[in-house]
Design a protein around this ligand. Structure first.
Ligand SMILES: Nc1nc2c(ncn2[C@@H]2O[C@H](COP(=O)(O)OP(=O)(O)OP(=O)(O)O)[C@@H](O)[C@H]2O)c(=O)[nH]1
Ligand SMILES: [Mg+2]
Ligand SMILES: [Zn+2]
Length: 287
């Protein structure tokens, strides 16, 4: 038995890194009944005559659903200033998903070459920074050094809409990378959604998952209390509501609603929370 990490999955072949050696493995029979292995999983493998097989998935520290990656240290929300349009609503929806899974969120605003210095996007960025989030910016000119430094020794997931520049960002950080980006797929007539599978790439002394962009997000599995407990902006106010089971909507003496009303908590973050909670409640009613 040897322990390694799944760094790539192509149909039913799993590429497992053990030390410096990569083994192409299949999932053994007894695994198929339980949960399926995903990228980032630590697994026990066994070598046979002609092939290697995954015998066991070790317990996961955490697990993202979209993209499916296990044992993630941090997730970078990649949001472009333009093409596609900047959206704080989308940032917060991704943010909620990430913190819900106990993963550290980081924001990277790309394509700053497409806006001017006085663009209101910079005020939004400042509000995220004031709330304690780590925010990087990037343009087509060079790779952001602070961003590179934050990847070291970590498993990082890039997430964001198709065309936000996730693959381009990795190509700029490591010029030996040649991940396909949309310019190339346009030339090949493939259109949107250039990145099609999930893979961990060794980059800047860490591991980064470039993932496909997505079009819809699922919140229906979420527990509202667990979500509100996980939102970093809410933390300072959490135990100050009148009711212990407050979900911070219409309850009297809600510290979070009050904080949003007087501006100590960013109003938009609270509004985005209300929207997501409404989606969760609607889905629960339909069941
Ligand atoms: N002007 C400008 N364009 C950029 C920048 N970064 C990426 N782009 C362009 O944006 C387009 C999309 O970039 P990709 O890297 O393919 O986007 P992606 O997020 O990987 O997209 P999917 O794989 O489909 O999810 C390409 O045409 C890039 O050349 C940037 O900093 N500035
Ligand atoms: Mg891509
Ligand atoms: Zn409350």
């Amino acid at each position: 038995m040897e322990t390694g990490r799944i760094i790539k999955i192509i149909s039913n072949q799993y590429l497992v890194l053990c030390g410096n050696i990569k083994y192409s493995c299949i999932a053994m029979g007894k695994l198929r009944k339980g949960k399926s292995p995903i990228v980032g999983d630590l697994v026990e493998i066994e070598h046979f005559d002609k092939q290697s097989g995954i015998q066991k998935i070790l317990p996961r520290a955490n697990e993202l659903r979209r993209p499916p990656v296990a044992n993630v240290d941090q997730a970078i929300i990649v949001m472009s200033c333009k093409d596609p349009d900047f959206s704080a609503t989308l940032i917060d929806r991704l943010l909620f998903q990430i913190v819900y899974h106990g993963i550290t969120p980081i924001l990277c605003v790309t394509k700053t070459d497409l806006i001017t210095e006085s663009d209101p996007i910079y005020e939004t960025i400042k509000r995220y920074q004031d709330s304690g989030y780590q925010v990087f910016t990037s343009s087509n000119k060079e790779a952001n050094k602070d961003l590179i430094a934050c990847l070291k020794d970590k498993i990082t997931v890039l997430t964001g809409q198709s065309g936000a520049g996730k693959s381009s960002l990795l190509n700029r950080i490591d010029p030996s990378f040649h991940l396909q980006t949309q310019e190339i797929s346009k030339a090949l007539g493939r259109g949107k959604h250039t990145t099609r599978h999930c893979e961990l790439h060794e980059i800047a002394e860490g591991w980064v998952a470039d993932t496909p962009g997505f079009s819809a997000m699922d919140f229906t599995y979420m527990d509202i209390a667990k979500l509100s407990d996980a939102i970093p902006d809410f933390k300072p106010y959490l135990n100050h509501c009148r009711f212990r089971d407050c979900i911070h909507l219409n309850e009297p003496d809600c510290a979070i609603r009050d904080a949003a009303a007087n501006g100590t908590l960013p109003k938009e973050r609270y509004a985005h929370y209300q929207e997501v909670v409404a989606m969760i409640q609607q889905a629960k009613r339909r069941r």
